[in-house]
Design a protein around this ligand. Sequence first.
Ligand code: HEC
Ligand code: HEC
Ligand code: HEC
Ligand code: HEC
Ligand code: HEC
Ligand code: HEC
Ligand code: HEC
Length: 275
Amino acid sequence: MEGSRLVVCSLRGAPAIVLACMALAGVVLVSCSNLQRAVVSVPTIEGATFVGNASCVDCHSNYTRIFPSSPHARIHVANAPRAEATGCESCHGPASLHVQAGGGRGRFIINPGREPQACLNCHLEVHAQFQLPHHHPVLEQRMNCVQCHDPHGADIFKASHRTAFGARASTGLARLNETCAQCHREQAKPVIYEHEALRDGCTVCHHPHGSVADKMLMQRDNNLCLRCHAQVHAINGELFIGDVPHTTFVSRGACWSAGCHTAIHGSNIDRALRH
Ligand code: HEC
Ligand code: HEC
Ligand code: HEC
Ligand code: HEC
Ligand code: HEC
Ligand code: HEC
Ligand code: HEC
């Protein structure tokens, strides 16, 4: 493995719908010039050179067809001979020998499989998130990046079609909850009294990778809830949240602690989200 520079070009020709989805996911699109960055390592294959995404079309059209609007499609490895994008090879390694050999499993090409290191080579900041005190057990090899991120498709924030339960396509933030629901059915199941916060996605309250707070919460205290539910002080000093006096309640602990809104993901018995 040796150092290599990486250039990411603008979202040329990406359909508007994709841009809209990315905006919903809170993704900020930066211009090409901002995205130049040094990459720790692009995989190498002895004797092989980069040939570009177009070389894969003949044999892997199932991937090349869906790939152009993926954020990784814009990647160009700077020392590649051609001017064209080398996104496929930034994860799979230079493919000249694979192409010459007529392809094949295990033939001069890297299949990262479920190995998170293939992604962490470039996403260093994500590596740090998975080392926070409360995190999804990815580095522990109990789960992996592609269970939540499709490396080939237009929607990187969706589970890979190879790992997702069912192939139900959906749009917007609902798909994000579906990704989580693969493993956390209990929190995503339909209920009589839903908590509308979930419509904004599980990630309004949970960091998907890791957090300093227990249960990977974005904030460890009542501020988690007060972002959306205003806390109002009446003239007599009484504290109101959602038109209900809360002065004695808030001193008992977090909003979701025992006796309070324990059914935070929705309830079948109480509108006030209690079990
Ligand atoms: C001449 C046809 C051909 C071309 C061109 C080709 N491949 Fe393949 N490749 C194959 C075949 C056949 C397999 C075996 C698996 C299969 O049938 O899907 C394969 C397998 C792979 C695998 C899985 C390897 C494994 O060990 O599991 C990867 C990754 C891959 N190719 C990437 C690429 C990339 C990236 C390109 C373009 C730079 C490319 N291939 C170009 C035919 C080709
Ligand atoms: C962001 C990294 C990344 C990029 C970019 C990428 N892939 Fe992959 N690819 C993966 C990972 C990870 C797997 C293994 C996924 C799994 O096992 O679920 C994989 C698997 C494959 C396989 C093997 C599938 C099988 O049957 O086992 C082929 C073929 C392949 N990719 C081709 C491509 C082609 C062609 C491109 C460009 C159009 C591309 N990949 C771009 C990460 C990437
Ligand atoms: C060769 C370096 C490289 C590799 C390997 C790589 N990525 Fe990326 N990834 C990038 C770049 C560059 C971008 C787009 C620029 C950006 O948003 O920072 C990106 C974008 C993303 C995004 C979207 C980020 C956003 O804010 O829009 C996700 C999610 C992502 N990658 C996940 C993965 C996963 C999962 C893997 C492994 C299967 C992987 N990446 C492998 C370089 C890489
Ligand atoms: C449990 C599901 C899950 C797993 C596992 C996961 N991610 Fe993510 N990731 C997400 C979600 C959801 C977002 C979007 C967060 C948001 O919009 O607030 C995200 C965002 C990202 C981003 C862009 C934002 C950022 O924080 O930089 C990158 C890059 C990324 N993930 C890479 C990875 C890599 C690499 C791995 C594996 C080492 C991985 N992810 C594993 C769910 C996951
Ligand atoms: C592939 C399966 C999988 C997916 C997908 C997944 N998780 Fe998890 N989640 C786990 C595992 C495994 C643990 C660790 C449980 C343990 O340590 O006992 C976990 C733990 C958690 C915890 C902490 C639970 C606790 O009791 O401390 C939260 C919160 C959580 N996940 C939220 C999410 C969210 C939000 C998403 C979607 C962005 C998501 N998960 C997607 C498997 C998954
Ligand atoms: C309004 C904020 C909020 C939203 C949105 C949210 N959660 Fe939670 N979640 C919490 C809180 C608070 C806890 C901690 C509960 C406790 O400690 O008793 C929690 C706990 C969890 C746990 C640990 C097990 C448990 O129930 O205590 C999992 C797993 C989990 N959430 C998954 C999800 C998933 C999946 C989604 C999306 C479908 C989601 N959460 C959406 C606030 C939220
Ligand atoms: C992303 C915004 C958001 C966050 C964060 C959020 N909520 Fe909500 N919550 C809503 C919306 C929207 C409603 C429905 C409208 C309403 O009743 O205010 C709601 C409704 C409720 C209700 C039902 C009110 C009633 O009587 O009908 C309770 C209880 C509640 N939330 C508690 C919490 C708690 C506790 C937290 C923190 C763990 C929290 N919420 C975090 C948006 C949010």
